[in-house]
Design a protein around this ligand. Structure first.
Ligand SMILES: [Fe+2]
Length: 205
């Protein structure tokens, strides 16, 4: 499997990802925010064909490179049905995308935004702005919902096996990736709370 984590900038600390099939060299680029040139360089080094551009959600720092990357690669833009961005393929919870032998499973995880998705590939999950290392996504923005975030985190993400590796949308933690098990034990936003307690917790500064 091809799997590359790319730090796009030092300010927003955004991560883009290139994932794909090692044999066919077909890949998807996840969250091309800024710095599309850096992504294209990596694509070239990998001798890869970009088939999909997937947005974990519609915020500009995860999508602003969509147009340029599409122009360069002719890849199809994939986003959740709720995304207001221009897209070629609309996905919903539990949909799958195929790249050679690699299967990408879409998990709809609203909360930070209504169109948030996580992508499960092999033993890894790309979590966008839903789950970070040691943190979870903000829910105080336009379109955010702490209640949705609760269900996304506790009813979806935390039902995954502890061994699954976590790859977030920003480098906000003390390391660039983690595991479900490590986050379950150490991430203060994932401590056991009722829905009401969680909503209260997320409303605190
Ligand atoms: Fe975001």
């Amino acid at each position: 499997m091809i799997f590359k984590q790319i730090l796009l900038d030092d300010v927003g600390r955004n991560f883009a990802y290139i994932i794909g099939d090692e044999t066919t060299r077909d890949v998807a680029v996840i969250d091309p925010g800024y710095n599309v040139e850096k992504i294209l360089q990596q694509v070239q080094q990998l001798d890869a064909n970009v088939k999909y551009i997937i947005n974990t959600h519609s915020h500009g720092d995860h999508t602003s490179g969509n147009g340029r990357l599409k122009e360069k690669t002719r890849a199809k833009i994939v986003a959740h049905a709720e995304s207001p961005r221009q897209k070629d393929i609309v996905v919903k919870d539990q949909d799958s995308l195929q790249l050679g032998k690699l299967n990408i499973r879409v998990i709809h995880t609203p909360g930070h935004t209504p169109d948030g998705i996580c992508l499960l590939v092999d033993n890894k999950i790309i979590t966008g702005d839903t789950l970070f290392v040691g943190e979870c996504g903000r829910t105080d923005l336009a379109g955010s919902s702490a209640e949705d975030m609760y269900h996304s985190l506790f009813d979806k993400i935390l039902t995954l096996d502890d061994s699954i590796e976590v790859y977030p949308g920003h480098n906000y933690g003390n390391r660039p990736s983690s595991t479900i098990g490590h986050e379950r034990k150490t991430n203060y936003t994932l401590e056991k709370r009722t829905l009401e307690e969680f909503i209260e917790f997320m409303s605190e500064p």
